[in-house]
Every structure is written in structure tokens, then in C-alpha cells.
Design a protein around this ligand. Sequence first.
Ligand code: FAD
Ligand code: NAG
Ligand code: NAG
Ligand code: NAG
Ligand code: NAG
Ligand code: NAG
Ligand code: NAG
Ligand code: NAG
Ligand code: NAG
Ligand code: NAG
Length: 518
Amino acid sequence: MLLNMDQLTMLASCCLVFLPYLVLGTSSAACLNGVCNISRKDLPVEQIASELGPQLSSTSNIFGPDDARWTNATERFQALVRPDVQLVVQPGQESDVPTIVQYANDNSIAFMATNRRHALTLSIGTFSGIEIDLSLLRNVTLNAESSATLQGGAYDEAVWSTLWNEGYITTTGSASCVGMLGLALGGGHGRWQGYYGLVADNIINLNMVLANSTAVTVADDTNPDLFWAMKGAGHNFGIVTSFEIKVYDRGPDTWFYKIYIWNQTKIETVFETLNMFRQGGTQPKEMAVNYGAYLVNTSISNTVYLQPVLWWSFVYIGSEADAQQYLVPFDAIEAIDVQHGSVPYPEIAEVTLTGASSGLCTPGFVHNHATSYLQTWNSTAQRQIYDLFSRKINENAQWFNSTVVMEDYAHEGVGAVDPATSAYPWREYSLLSYINVAYASNETLDPAAREWALETRDLWNAGQADLPVATYVNYARGDEPLGSVYGYNAWRLERLRGLKTEYDPNDRFSYYNPIVPL
Ligand SMILES: Cc1cc2nc3c(=O)[nH]c(=O)nc-3n(C[C@H](O)[C@H](O)[C@H](O)COP(=O)(O)OP(=O)(O)OC[C@H]3O[C@@H](n4cnc5c(N)ncnc54)[C@H](O)[C@@H]3O)c2cc1C
Ligand SMILES: *[C@@H]1O[C@H](CO)[C@@H](O)[C@H](O)[C@H]1NC(C)=O
Ligand SMILES: *[C@@H]1O[C@H](CO)[C@@H](O)[C@H](O)[C@H]1NC(C)=O
Ligand SMILES: *[C@@H]1O[C@H](CO)[C@@H](O)[C@H](O)[C@H]1NC(C)=O
Ligand SMILES: *[C@@H]1O[C@H](CO)[C@@H](O)[C@H](O)[C@H]1NC(C)=O
Ligand SMILES: *[C@@H]1O[C@H](CO)[C@@H](O)[C@H](O)[C@H]1NC(C)=O
Ligand SMILES: *[C@@H]1O[C@H](CO)[C@@H](O)[C@H](O)[C@H]1NC(C)=O
Ligand SMILES: *[C@@H]1O[C@H](CO)[C@@H](O)[C@H](O)[C@H]1NC(C)=O
Ligand SMILES: *[C@@H]1O[C@H](CO)[C@@H](O)[C@H](O)[C@H]1NC(C)=O
Ligand SMILES: *[C@@H]1O[C@H](CO)[C@@H](O)[C@H](O)[C@H]1NC(C)=O
């Protein structure tokens, strides 16, 4: 239930007082876009629309489950948990966001911002209330001073293609479809980080709405404490309506990529070669990223007993001739298939399985996942994880699309930033790994998928037992100890909890790997 009966009565009487022109029953006349005729019998959607609607800019939308736009506006990448969205509000202008938050607060209704709805964490499932869908706030404005202003609904592909066409790039995530702030507020890994650091490291300022609906700007010289928290733990502190980010000259016209498919028999050789190639994370920043996966490719393995392969990609900011010197050791490992090419940067995602048409951008499947940050590949652990993967894939055909993913972004730009300057705590880790047990929703499968995911995470962690377990907040499952997500240094969690008490004492932003106020 969105509102109980008492609140409903109160709301009705309050609004007859404050909005005397509204006559209950014929309120749709006052609604936006004629979309107040939405009904789900147990929800006062129409009433909220009739009260809030007139306070919002004319391009805003409010709708409930019966509206044709509902499916798109509430569709999620992750189907393992579903937030209970009762009403969708799409602010048409940034200035609508404080109004919506104020209205929700006045009526004790929970709210949550969404953008591309790629959140993975299970904690999202605890939400019930108004979804503030930021998809109408997508302006990208290039500024004079090597920066761009992006609105809260910015997402990777829209940003990189717009800027590229103007001769610029900025730090973004790697998958075409993912929201810029969903990732930047947790740090933000991407193909330019070897040069320029995390997405969060490139934010100049943020315009945001606090839990109490006050709009503020945060930057190094304005609300610096909050700015610090937004860069790594930001989902806990507010709704960003727009932000300014550094932009850079776009660099070479084309990037080189090379993709190998190896038989599983090569796993040990490949990971040992990768460790030599990366030299503890000091590979050249032009070697933007190499990532790979255990996956099933039916054109290769089409026998009854599936034999997953090791798929691995390298992406280089520059020419084939310059990249090849680093790839010679990999060329020497006999492969089932090798593909390579040079394409403009905006096309790199598509050729390396992270484009708009990839499984990563396909909503609606369960992703029963688990993750760990690593510092070195442990070939023993990688073998154990493969053997488990291969066994499980063959156990149930419904798990066919599952993958084990290993990512290694160039580290120089991330390591160059003073760790004290942001809430992002893991600058000494550069390998990101996760297992994604993917399947069409089926609760019968959940317990076994979970167990497999956690067993894989345990194998990664056992493979680097001398280091504390670290979790990238944006890949978190949601069951990890807070220290492994926000950092073990006592001062980090203390500072975050203190800021939470100051800026969000009633814990309004508590759905994304939440930090609880003091
Ligand atoms: C397929 C896939 C690829 C990914 N690739 C990368 C990658 O390359 N690099 C990387 O670092 N991470 C990556 N991630 C992780 C990603 O950072 C998180 O899943 C992120 O939360 C997704 O953001 P979203 O806007 O798409 O999702 P949403 O579910 O819409 O939002 C996620 C969270 O961010 C909050 N939020 C969104 N917009 C705002 C805003 N404007 N103001 C305040 N809060 C906001 C929401 O309230 C929610 O809590 C990937 C995830 C997936 C599923
Ligand atoms: C809203 O009302 C209009 C006009 O009566 C109708 O055409 C439309 O289908 C209704 N929409 C919904 C979602 O019920
Ligand atoms: C839903 O999204 C799809 C894909 O973007 C689009 O083609 C379709 O028109 C949308 N439907 C509605 C009702 O907006
Ligand atoms: C986007 O920018 C245009 C041009 O400046 C402006 O008219 C429009 O209102 C902006 N949209 C939003 C949602 O801010
Ligand atoms: C991998 O190599 C083994 C041993 O040579 C072979 O039996 C198997 O068919 C190969 N698998 C694939 C997927 O090529
Ligand atoms: C699957 O294998 C075929 C044959 O080697 C190859 O052409 C194709 O690109 C592979 N697909 C993926 C997703 O790796
Ligand atoms: C695998 O993914 C494809 C494409 O997204 C989908 O069509 C197919 O049904 C999935 N298979 C399973 C077993 O989930
Ligand atoms: C759910 O999974 C179970 C176990 O594999 C299977 O028996 C059942 O048919 C599945 N249900 C659906 C609807 O696919
Ligand atoms: C690699 O992983 C194995 C299995 O967990 C472990 O025994 C070994 O100590 C690890 N090696 C290193 C160098 O940590
Ligand atoms: C909202 O919260 C901020 C931060 O705690 C505070 O500075 C501001 O005064 C509050 N605004 C109102 C209207 O209470």
C-alpha cells in the first residue's frame, strides 16, 4: 500500500484546502497529458497525479500500472528482485525533482530515482513507493572550459556519441546502456580510466536534491564533505539532477581490438601470461582494457556435453602496429578463433560484447551474481572456477546464458588520485571479477544459482587470502559486509555515517547498498 486510510483522508482534506480548484472525481481535468485516468484499485494514483501533476512542469508525466508507458518505465535489467513501484513520475525539468521529493516527504511516501535501471544489488528489492524516472533529463551541453554539463538521466552511449561527434570524450562506463550516475556515484570504471581515472574523479560539481528536498550544488569548494561522499557512496545521499564533468580531446580516430577464443585447456597459460602482461597493473594506459569471460559458444561447442570456452578481448587506444607489441605472447597461445579490427571509439562497445544489442543491455533476466575485486589473477582459482562453471552449465539448460566475467582496466589514472579525496576506497585493486548466473525468472532455480555464485566468489577470495576482501559497490550483491564495500579504514565508515546523519537522517536513500545513519 502506498498510503494508509488515515493518510489518504488527510491528503484529501489537505488538498481540498490547498488546491481548492480540484474537485475530487473530476480531477483528471487538472492532470498532465491527460494521464490521470490510471487506476489500480488499491492505489490512489489518480489522486497523487491530480495533486502533484499541477505543480510540475508541462513536459512531466505521472502514470500508474495501467498506462501504456508503464512497462518500459519499470523494466529492469535485474529480475532477481523487483522494487515495488507504485507510481512513476518523470520530471520534465530539473526543477521538478525537489517538488516531487517535497510532495513525497509531506505524504510519507518513499521515493527512488531511476535512470537506466541496471542496478544489480538485491537491496533495491526493499523499495516500495514512487519511482522518479530521470529519462527526460538527458541534455548534454558542451561548455567552454573543457567540460560538459550532463543531466541526471545521462547514459553511456548517448554521452560518448554526442561528445565524440564534437571532438571530445569523457570517462564513462563500458556498456552502452548503463546510467552515468548509477556508476559514477559508486566510482565508475571505464575505458578511459587509465588516462583520466574513474568517472567520479572527473566530476567538477553536482547539482543535487537532498532528502529534505533542498537543491544544492556540491563541489570541492561548496559542500566539500558531501562532494567527497558522492564520489563512491553517492547513491546514499541525494538525487543528482545535473553535473559538470571534464572532457578531453577525443584522441585517435580509431581504436584497435583483438578477441581470442581459447579452449579451456589454456586457462592456466592465459592467466599466467596476463599477469606478465599487466605487471601488477602497470600496463600502458593506451591498453585501455582487457576483459574476458567463460561462456558457451554453440558454434564451437555443440556437443551434448557443453564445453565453455575462454573468450578474451583487448582494446587499445591507437593502431594495430602499436598494440601488437603487447599481444605477441597471446598470439603464441593456440586459439580456436582470433578476430581483430580498428573502429572509432563509439563502436568499441558493440564489437566487444557490451553494445546496445548485447546481453548486457537486454533487460528482464535474472542475474544471480557475486563479485570480488582482485589484484593478481590466480590461475589455480581460475581453473577451479571454470570447472565449477562447466559442471553447472551442464546441469541445467536454463543456465545456458550464464557467464563468469573478468575485467582488467588500465590503472594508471585511478592510482594517480589521492585515495583520501573520495569515498571510493579501492584504488589499489584493479581486477574486477563477477559471476552472472543468468536465467529467465524461475524461483525454483534461485537457491542453487545463489549457492553457485557464492561458491565462485569464495574461490576468488581464497585465491588471494592474504588481502582483505573488497567489493565494487556497483557490482555488489547486497549481502557483503559494509567494510568490504565502503572500505575497512574506520574513518571512512565513520565519516560516511556522520554525513548520512547530517544529510539523510531519516534514511530516505536506503535502497542501494545502504549506509545506515549513526
Ligand atoms: C550490464 C551492466 C554493465 C555495467 N557496466 C559497468 C561499467 O562499465 N562500469 C561500471 O563502473 N559499472 C558498470 N555496471 C554497474 C553499474 O555501475 C550499476 O549497475 C549502476 O547502478 C547502474 O546505473 P543505472 O542508472 O543503469 O541503474 P538504475 O537502477 O537506474 O540506478 C542505479 C542506482 O543509482 C541511483 N541513481 C541513478 N541515477 C541517479 C541520479 N541521477 N542521482 C542519484 N542517484 C541516481 C538509483 O537511485 C539507484 O540506486 C554495469 C552494470 C550492468 C548491469
Ligand atoms: C485514458 O482516457 C483516454 C480518454 O478517455 C483513453 O483514450 C485512454 O485509453 C485512457 N488511458 C488509460 C491508460 O486508461
Ligand atoms: C518501449 O520501448 C521500446 C524500445 O525502446 C519502444 O520501441 C516502444 O515504443 C516503447 N513503448 C512505449 C509505449 O513507449
Ligand atoms: C534541454 O536543453 C534545451 C536547450 O537549451 C532546453 O530548451 C530544454 O528545456 C532542456 N531540457 C531539459 C529537460 O532541461
Ligand atoms: C579442447 O581441447 C580438447 C583437448 O585437445 C579437445 O578434446 C576439446 O574438444 C577442445 N574443446 C573445444 C571446445 O574446442
Ligand atoms: C562463437 O564462435 C564463432 C566461431 O569461432 C565466432 O565466429 C563467434 O564470434 C563466437 N561468438 C562469440 C560471442 O564469441
Ligand atoms: C539466452 O539469451 C537469449 C538472448 O537474450 C534468449 O533469447 C534466450 O532465451 C536465453 N536462453 C535461456 C536458456 O535463458
Ligand atoms: C523452473 O525450474 C525448474 C527446475 O529446473 C523446472 O523444473 C521448471 O520447469 C521451471 N519452470 C519454468 C516455468 O520454466
Ligand atoms: C591461489 O589459489 C589457491 C587456491 O585457493 C591457493 O591455494 C593459493 O595460495 C593461491 N595463490 C596465491 C599466490 O595466493
Ligand atoms: C535540508 O538539509 C540541509 C542539510 O542538512 C540543511 O542545510 C537545510 O537547511 C535543510 N533545509 C531545510 C528547508 O530544512
